[in-house]
Structures are given as C-alpha cells and as structure tokens.
Design a binder for this molecule. Sequence first.
Ligand SMILES: [Zn+2]
Ligand SMILES: [Zn+2]
Length: 352
Amino acid sequence: MLCDLRQRSIYGGDDSQLLLYKDGASLPVRPLSMHSRRGLSSDDVRPAGNPVQGKVVEEKNRRVDALQHLFYFQYHILSHMACELRKDYLLDRWVIIAGGRNKRPSEFVKKVDENTSRKTCFFCPGNEETTPPEIWRIPDDAKKWGMRLFPNKFPAVSVEDGEHIGGLLECMPAYGTHEVLVETPVHGKSFADFTVKQMRDVLNAYETRIRELEATQGVGYVCVFKNQGKASGASIAHSHSQIITLPRIPPLVKAEVQASKKYFRENERCVFCDIAKKESAGERLVFKNKDAVAFTPYASRFPFETWIAPVKHARRIGDLDGRRSEFLAEVMVKTFGKMKSLLDDPSYNMIV
Ligand SMILES: [Zn+2]
Ligand SMILES: [Zn+2]
C-alpha cells in the first residue's frame, strides 16, 4: 500500500484529524502545511508525498486509549494530588490529572495462577466487601448477582470542590463520578464469551446508568468505556466497564456533533445512518445482521479500530426496542469473538 492521507468522513477539514497511512498502518500526523489546509471531501485520498509534511508525532505520554477520541488522560502519577482538569497551553484541550491512581492494584504485574486470582479478585463473588458500597446490582436484591455497579476505588475524577484558576496554567477540579460495572460474576469471561442475551443486558445496564447520571446536577457528559487486557490500561483482569461523568462535553465529541449537524444541513440526512449504510456493503465490513453492523472505519486511527452501529437511525441505546438491541448485541458478541479468535485474545479499549 502506498502512503496516503485520509480524512475521517464526518470531520469538515480539521487538520488534526488527517491521518498518514503507510504500509497499511495508520499513524497520527501533525497539522499539515498551509497548502493542504483545505476542506477535503468525504473519501478524499491524496498522496502523502513529502514525508516532512506527515511528520509522525511520537506519543510521549501514557494515554488511556479508552477515551482516545473523547478525552486524553495523562497519568501524571502524583499521589498527593486531587483530581484536576488541566488545559493545554494553547488549545482547548483538557486532560484529567488523577492523583492517587498509582495506588491501584495491578494483577498484571506478575502472573498469578487462575485459582489464586479467583480467590483474591476484588470483583469475584464472595469478595464484595473489598469494593466500595454497591450502587445497584442485577438482578436487584439477588444473592447471586449477574452484574454489580459501584464507585471506582481509585477514581480519575472526584466530587471534591476546587477552584477554576485561569492564566497560562489553567486548571479546574475534575468534577465527576467514576463507577465500575462488573458485567459478569464469572472470572476470566469476556465479551467474546457472552451470549447475545447477556450482551443485551449489559447494553440495558449502560443505558439505565447513563440515564440516571444524566439526570444528576453538574453532569455534562457521561462516558462509558471498557479496558480489556493488560495492554489496554486495565488493572483488574475480571471483566468490567467504567462509567465516568464529566462536567462538560469533551471537545472532540462536540466537534463530531457539530460536523454531523453540518452534514445534515447540507445533505438532509443523518451522517451516521449514511456511514452505516455505506460500510454495510463495503470491503471494510466485519459483520452485519438485519439491524446492526461492525466495520473498520475508512480512516482508522488505530490498528483493528472497529465501529459498531445500528443500521437504522437511533440516537441512543434506549431508542432500540428489544429486537433491535438484540441485533446490536449479536454484532458485538460476534465482533469481540472474531477479535479473540483471530488476534489471540487481544487487549482492547471500547468506547460507547
Ligand atoms: Zn474475578
Ligand atoms: Zn442516523
């Protein structure tokens, strides 16, 4: 494959979203020289030519990939610090500086045999008292739970008050809640091993909690994500998702919303419906059924980046009735299953 530059289809001429493709792998590139700062049309491909223009930025900070296209977490491991949002010197880009997260346990540091890890796992049944007090469990009040939700013991955000300080070193408190949803009592089970019904229950649990948190004062955005495997940034091996609330909509999500509104004004169609329709029939298709599709996006930014979406319009999980959420759950299970078998159970990050 030759080097070429692609633009994410829903972005309208934003240089930062241009990607350098080289030998089939995508790499982030710096903003391009002036002559290339034109709005590229959807599916626009042009030769990268001069490699200086496509200078690869080395990632120096450790980034939690789960929030890659939402928010960058920089783990400045300073245990004395509270959770804080810090602004870039120049750009409207904020990072969460989370003090105390270096105290998190890591089950991945040394290889623990499976039986020992079941006994000592914080998220396994029988060890419930090792987590902060439960918010809810499914089924409700059942001794034998299927899913448990509780606050993260080592949150990246907090509800502590703080000051908004302006100037060159601008910061404000990283106000929010950070919760953990253990989606299965079974240690070692991952989404790839779930049944469609179990996956649908997880989707319903996401929707329930998102709605509860959206109704909470001070919440501007709810982010659900999952780190699976050591390389993903997960510190506990037992399958779990994380739910973070933020006081404001992350700039990249805002940019996506604005770009999709622009697309609607120009085409009178929903951009996500158009993307799902186009990719349902294309060479980047991973799996599809009657109402959901998994595909690798045209301008993937990461190896094996995969998008999963309903084919017919839906604004949120809750818009899908029982049958449609089953279709979505099936595509998820199949996609994670394919990843597990083809890539030998890889680490990954999932963002809802
Ligand atoms: Zn466990
Ligand atoms: Zn749509």
